[in-house]
Design a binder for this molecule. Sequence first.
Ligand code: F6R
Ligand code: MG
Ligand code: MG
Length: 376
Amino acid sequence: MAKRKRTKNLDQNGKITLSVIKADIGGYVGHSASHPKILDRAARHLDIGRTDGLLVDFHVSSCGDDLELIMTHRHGNDAKPVHKLAWDVFMECTQLARDLKLYGAGQDMLKDSFSGNVKGMGPGVAEMTFEERKSEPVIVFCGDKCAPGAWNLPLYRMFADPFNTIGLVIDPSMHDGFKFEVHDVHKGTDYMLCCPEQMYDLLVLIGSPENYIVKNVYTKGGEVAAASSTQKLALIAGRYVGKDDPVMIVRSQSGLPAVGEVLEPFSFSHLVSGWMRGSHHGPLMPVAQSQATPSRFDGPPRVIALGFQLNNGRLVGPRDMFADPSFDRARAQANEAADYLRRHGPFEPHRLGLADMEYTTLPAVLDKLIREQGQK
Ligand code: F6R
Ligand code: MG
Ligand code: MG
């Protein structure tokens, strides 16, 4: 752990940046969880970043085999020193994972050396920069055994569906609706769609979460309300290298969806792609942090919700938001859906469709058959 030089504060007009950067650097046992020593090492490394003044505050967490670095600072989105710090933490934790012979050590570290920004190098990133309000409740969601795009349905419900968010109907400060920035995964382009005006256009796109991912949500006035990670490992590596379990940040209350409106979409355990070998559809189960340990058929997919109150950039929390009996039914529903889907074994639609199997064994099997049977 090298001691860093004290970092100059590149103040963003008093704005605070919340960066959530995550990677699977090794699992314990198999791909089911993170080892406590890894979390401890990451926290000790980030503590140096805080002492040096680069970070205002941080919290280290995990969901399944993914290590999540939740950081506040005043350097804006895509800040090189913050991304470098995260990269160094992941490299150091990868080394520790190797020493402990944890499973899949360094799984998401697709590049050897840092090149300015962790995007495109394996880790997933959700970041937002904003002026901290009089009181600033934020919720950080972390998924495991699921893909970016898993947040499309809940984000739509939170920010566009009055059957979920009654504030859209009865709170004058929300009544204008919100803007969704949607990322085209294959073309790399983004679209901005306003709700409720372009609701149907939005749904055409984000109803296909493998292809279109909600990247950010803004108020009509341009204030950021939600940010999610959109990095797809297979598209970076050109082959299947594990699932790009996503993270998301949602700001809440006072003109934004209330905490309860932000959590409500997860009372329905919707189907996402991921689960065993990243190749199946399965229900996204909302769980307490202590239950974020996917084990049955390496799943079912999990989501945790960590609630914080920001206090001048300090992360007061977390509160484990799904550690609540009101999500018991969603968990039971997820187990029932898991039973039903598992009975399909290797058949679609439990197994992903062919287009999404592109990065697994499918091309090799087809090549072999063509070779053996002399077809073109
Ligand atoms: C899914 C996941 C696991 C692994 C599975 C096989 O995201 O991480 O389901 O795909 O356990 O892992 P390997 O190929 O490492 O034996
Ligand atoms: Mg793993
Ligand atoms: Mg994972």
